[in-house]
Design a protein around this ligand. Structure first.
Ligand code: OMP
Length: 238
């Protein structure tokens, strides 16, 4: 899923998902199935989207005791998603258990899904982190701390905002994936996101993939919004 623009399929049901995807005709997409769609439609939504030829990031942000996460990941590995995630705040042991579960659940001859750790949600501000999570210091340091922990646990990368990408790549390495939500066109509505960036900024800072939801799914012409966003991300003028 490297260098992808991942569309967040934040829809409540299969019909809306199907109607949305039809607008893209035969374009092979990278899409994200998150809690809203998964919890209301069940695991078959993953095979449905895979059968359309799209890559799938299954974003369930697991965060529980190590054994529970391991067993859950064993099941998720069999669904055929290309990437899954956990909350890095669950700790190193939990993330190691996630990897064990994924290895166990991946059938012989198949590729293990990539696994990434969510650092600080892009809806979290510096002030919120300090006050509500009672974490002192800068948000950038907290993200780097979680990224290091994620690396030590053997995961493939992190979810972070565009603003932390450069620091993570410089300190941890460029092969460590940085997947960045909170993407908006210049002047676009921010909604509940706090650490936002444009696709051009994501490219300039070296993000490995961007996640875009409402700027595409809520657009009057989603295909046009996708093509514009993709061109900006890839540095092509259209
Ligand atoms: O893991 C994620 O995908 C995620 C992590 C994060 O820190 N922030 C974040 O917004 N996301 C997801 O990325 C998508 C962003 O949606 P929009 O704000 O509509 O572009 C949503 O589906 C979120 O669940």
């Amino acid at each position: 899923m490297k260098q992808s623009l991942i569309i967040a399929l934040d829809f409540p049901d299969l019909l809306q998902t199907e109607t949305f995807l039809k607008q893209f005709h035969s374009e092979k997409l990278a899409v994200k199935v998150g809690m809203e769609l998964f919890y209301q439609n069940g695991p078959s939504i993953v095979s449905f989207v895979k059968e359309q030829g799209h890559d799938v990031f299954l974003d369930l942000k697991l965060h529980d005791i190590p054994n529970t996460v391991k067993m859950a990941m064993t099941g998720l590995a069999a669904l055929g998603a290309d990437m899954v995630n956990v909350h890095a705040a669950g700790g190193q042991k939990m993330m190691e258990a996630a990897m064990e579960g994924l290895d166990k659940g991946t059938s012989a001859g198949k590729k293990r899904p990539l696994c990434i750790g969510v650092t600080q949600l892009t809806s979290t501000s510096q002030e919120q982190m300090n006050a509500e999570q009672n974490i002192a210091g800068s948000l950038e340091d907290s993200v780097l701390h979680y990224a290091n922990l994620t690396r030590q646990a053997g995961l493939d990368g992190v979810v972070c905002s565009t603003h932390e990408v450069k620091n993570i790549h410089e300190r941890i390495g460029h092969e460590f994936l940085t997947v960045t939500p909170g993407i908006r066109s210049a002047g676009g509505q921010t909604h509940d996101q706090k650490r936002i960036a444009t696709p051009e900024q994501a490219r300039d800072f070296g993000a490995d993939a961007i996640v875009v939801g409402r700027a595409i799914t809520g657009a009057a012409d989603p295909l046009r919004a996708y093509l514009d966003m993709k061109a900006a991300w890839e540095g092509i003028s259209c």
